[in-house]
Design a protein around this ligand. Structure first.
Ligand SMILES: [Ca+2]
Length: 483
């Protein structure tokens, strides 16, 4: 017998399907495939499997059974808009989500633009959100979750504040704590994902688990710091900003909101010195190793429950991160180190390449990829395309460019909109003035054939004239920048 409450919720759900969910596609669920999505905040590709120095045995082991994308680009180099692009499958210029505080915009349009969670929920999946998936706890409520999204209580609390048992505006940028792993919010997020895997091993499910580290402050238990020989931690290169970079709006760095850092804005004088830069780099790696351990715990249970055979696993970083290289810390630029983030996908049951692929891929491609795996038609509103043809080798080329955009902080620069196109060989950047009909006011062009990061803006060099024209044409063809 259904209770009145359950009956009402059932009838309202059916009504919602009838009137608001024309995309229903439930008959395809016969394949019994699931999704485990793991989001990692501010993760640049420092893991061993990406050729980096962070110690990540669990993610490295996973990479051997997955497709590891070496050239995955996010749509925006800040949490909120990047995550909105992930979940909605829309570019920022489509959704209008340009700020962390705007992430709710897509929820207002969820009947027109169902987010991944809503779409999968409406197609019969149990959908769960643990930790940081959207930016902002309130955003996720109405997105078609089977249960209210769960967040760890201590996600942002550094250990200094934990000991004080109260919040404080002063906090260090990095911290060792000699305590048990399970005090850390990200440990608790992994626990929730594990619990939900066990409870739903016989259901169709989509579990989204998001880890708050290695976002600042870099806080990890001591044993993860001790995995590294501090004397062997090196500063990342190149150390200087690219020659000729358009940097007038690159004065902000969130590193300087931490009490142990110099100044409140980024400047040459305020940059961490060598010793502090090494400490920060060590702390970042320790935080990454801590997250790797949490992912290892989840994978162990996925295997033991027999779910690795029919569960897609995606590991995704919401954008890159500068660790003092290019004279930058944190994100907030259109440079390669902020736009490029890890993406690893394993689709059991589909014969895909278990190797690193260097095709250009974008965050908006994830939604249609998961749809294809689950046997659901991708909603027509999506801006991306499924990566399955690239992963299986049917599509040998993929996209000619990955596109991103960004409107800088602080506020006096918010009239600027920066667009970038990452082609096979180049990074091309346009600066536009939104107060002047999106007028093009500056351009940058970087040749990335010989360097992993930008070193010199060659936009005015005669030998790059045809490359510049080609990049402009690609930008014009793919982005309908209104002006
Ligand atoms: Ca982030």
């Amino acid at each position: 017998m259904l209770s009145r409450r359950k009956f009402l919720s059932l009838t309202s759900a059916v009504a919602a399907h009838l009137f608001f969910a024309p995309w229903l596609n439930a008959s395809k669920n016969a394949q019994k495939r699931n999704l485990l999505f793991l989001a990692i905040d501010d993760l640049r590709p420092v893991m061993g499997c990406y050729g980096g120095k962070a110690i990540t045995p669990n993610i490295d082991k996973f990479s051997a059974s997955a497709t590891t994308f070496s050239h995955h680009y996010v749509q925006w180099p800040v949490c909120g808009p990047s995550r909105a692009a992930l979940m909605s499958g829309l570019r920022p210029d489509t959704s209008g989500v340009y700020q962390n505080s705007q992430a709710n915009i897509t929820s207002k349009h969820q009947d027109k633009w169902p987010a991944m969670s809503r779409y999968f929920y409406d197609n019969g999946y149990k959908t769960f959100s643990f930790g940081k998936i959207y930016h902002g706890k309130g955003v996720a409520k109405s997105y078609g979750w089977s249960e209210k999204p769960w967040n760890p209580p201590s996600a942002w609390t550094c250990y200094v504040n934990f000991k004080r048992k109260k919040k404080s505006s002063w906090r260090p940028a990095y911290e060792i704590y000699d305590g048990p792993d399970n005090l850390h919010g990200d440990y608790q997020t992994a626990d929730k994902a594990i619990e939900k895997l066990e409870q739903n091993k016989n259901n169709l499910f989509c579990i989204f688990a998001g880890f708050y580290k290695p976002h600042l402050p870099f806080v990890a238990p001591k044993k993860y710091w001790d995995m590294y020989d501090h004397d062997k931690i090196e500063r990342l290169k190149p150390m200087e900003m690219p020659a000729g970079v358009i940097d007038h709006a690159y004065k902000y760095s969130e590193l300087h909101s931490y009490g142990d850092q110099k100044g409140s804005m980024f400047s040459k004088e305020n940059r961490p010195d060598d010793e502090d830069a090494i400490n920060l780099t060590h702390a970042y790696y320790a935080s990454v190793s801590f997250i790797d351990a949490q992912i290892g715990r989840i994978f162990k249970h996925l295997d033991e429950l027999g779910l690795s055979e029919n569960t897609a696993v995606v590991i995704w970083g919401d954008h890159g991160f500068h660790l003092g290289d290019q004279a930058r810390w944190a994100k907030h630029t259109q440079l390669e180190n902020d736009m490029r983030s890890p993406l690893m996908i394993r689709l059991p049951g589909i014969e895909h390449k278990k190797q690193t692929l260097n095709n250009l891929v974008e965050t908006v491609d994830i939604y249609p990829t998961v749809c294809e795996y689950l046997g659901l038609a991708a909603p027509k509103h999506l801006d991306g395309t499924s990566l399955v043809p690239v992963m299986t080798g049917k599509d040998k080329t993929g996209k000619e460019a990955a596109f991103s955009q960004y409107s800088p902080v602080p506020k006096e620069h918010s009239y600027l909109m920066i667009y970038s196109a990452r082609t096979r060989h180049y990074r091309y950047i346009q600066w536009r003035d939104t107060n002047d009909n999106n007028k093009l006011i500056d351009e940058e062009l970087y040749d990335l054939r010989d360097f992993p990061a930008e070193t010199k803006n060659v936009v005015k060099e005669p030998e790059y004239k045809s490359a510049l024209k080609n990049c402009r044409d690609i930008m014009n063809k793919h982005l309908k920048i209104e002006g």
